[in-house]
Design a protein. Structure first.
Length: 408
């Protein structure tokens, strides 16, 4: 039966489907089950397993394969264990059943984002160990909680812990996105999330009057200014084929609040915006721009941040960089096309880059529609298995980089 796999199914696919069935879904992920699954993998692979509780119930699991030269910095393979919620009624199969159709598509929340990558790391390491390989650099696999809600009780805390420093990470891989073409995408930077709530205050009164200086009129002005900026950035993207979503700034108006009754003019109203600021933007100047938009709307218009990332970083994609040379060299050898881009949303890579660990976002999915966070998220088993082949080439190359900045 197609949905059960079983006979004839590749054991790596079976393991992937087992992991997909663990309900690590926000807002109440079953992290206990995920950690137990990972501990069992460590046991099976004879890997050292460390658990670091960065906040109550928020455990980072670290599986380690020691290298032969302890002087060298390590390779860190990161993945998050949580997944985003589902609208079950819009799915053709239970999102936590890991149903496989007759063609080999595996339907599950997390199949692309990013339980595939966790299992691909583990299976690549298993294969390499079984073949008797040893590499100079230590490989650490970190499995972190809460990425989907910003990583504030996950990677953001972990990078400041002594246990993280003790890993001596020299370079990291983290998540990327599916590419519908033959090519693979790699992300060397990401946009900064700025979540901004604009509050407008004004004169209240009876809804039948032409009240002067209302909160709504001033909020409308700010909304217009910001949506005009949105249109300008969208046009800039559409008119230049060299630009991608990650290289311009986007914004969406995602919440409007205020008011109590039709005939009561409210004294306060607010609008919330999700800005994703391109990494080449002058952030001080951009904040000034926000102040001007509010100021131009009139008195009593202010804003506050719910998220404000101010440390965008670029990981080198220059051939003179030893990590990039090793990473991109594998794709050349395998005759695969690589498209370097800026990640449009936010990942845990930003915390790694901010503490000086260069990171690339890569999920080996080509010929795959972008379905993360979407209904019917799925991945074809052949694409998944090909991803293990790719990591089986990538890990030896990266764990054998001879000299890199930061080596002891
Ligand atoms: C700013 S914290 C939110 C992080 C989230 N990451 C994945 O979707 C995102 O919206 O990009
Ligand atoms: Zn993700
Ligand atoms: Zn996600």
């Amino acid at each position: 039966m197609a949905s059960k796999g079983g006979e004839g199914e590749h054991p790596s696919v079976t393991l992937f489907r087992q992991y997909l069935r663990i309900r690590t879904v926000q807002p109440e992920p079953d992290y206990g089950a995920a950690v137990a699954f990972l501990e069992e993998r460590a046991r099976q692979l004879s890997l050292d397993c460390q658990k670091v509780e960065v906040a109550p119930g928020r455990v980072v699991t670290v599986l380690t394969w020691p290298g032969t030269n302890p002087k060298l910095s390590s390779l860190l393979l990161n993945s998050h264990t949580d997944v985003v919620p589902v609208f079950k009624e819009h799915w053709s199969h239970d999102p936590f059943e890991a149903f496989k159709d007759a063609e080999g598509n595996i339907y599950a929340r997390g199949s692309q984002d990013m339980k595939c990558v966790s299992i691909q790391y583990l299976e690549a390491v298993r294969r390499l160990k079984a073949a008797g390989y040893h590499f100079p650099r230590t490989i650490h696999m970190t499995f972190v909680p809460d990425e989907e809600i910003g990583g504030h009780q996950g990677m953001e805390l972990f990078v400041h812990r002594p246990e993280f420093r003790a890993l001596r990470a020299g370079f990291a891989l983290d998540e990327g996105l599916a590419n519908p073409t033959d090519a693979f995408t790699v992300f060397y930077s990401e946009r900064s999330p700025w979540w901004v709530r604009v509050t407008s205050t004004g004169k209240p009164g009876h809804g039948s009057q032409f009240i002067e200086d209302t909160a709504a009129e001033k909020l409308h002005k700010v909304v217009s200014s910001i949506l005009a900026f949105r249109q300008k950035e969208q046009q800039r993207l559409q008119s230049n084929p060299r630009l991608t979503l990650g290289s311009v700034t986007s914004v969406n108006l995602s919440k409007l609040e205020g008011g109590v009754a039709y005939n009561v003019v409210p004294a306060s109203m607010s609008a919330s915006f999700d800005f994703r600021v391109a990494p080449d933007v002058d952030l001080k100047a951009f904040e000034k721009q926000l102040h001007s938009w509010c100021g131009e709307a009139g008195e009593g218009v202010t804003f506050e941040f719910a998220q404000k990332w101010t440390e965008p970083r670029m990981t080198s994609t220059d051939d003179s960089d030893p990590w990039w040379a090793a990473f991109s060299g594998v794709f050349k050898n395998m005759n695969l096309t690589l498209e370097p881009k800026i990640f449009p949303a936010a990942t845990d890579s930003r915390y790694l880059r901010a503490v000086g660990v260069p990171a690339l976002g890569f999920s080996p999915m080509n010929r795959t529609p972008l379905l993360l966070h979407d209904h019917n998220e799925r991945l074809h088993e052949d694409v998944f298995l090909r991803g293990i082949d790719i990591y089986t080439q990538l890990l030896p190359a990266l764990a054998s980089v001879s000299a890199a900045p930061g080596d002891g």
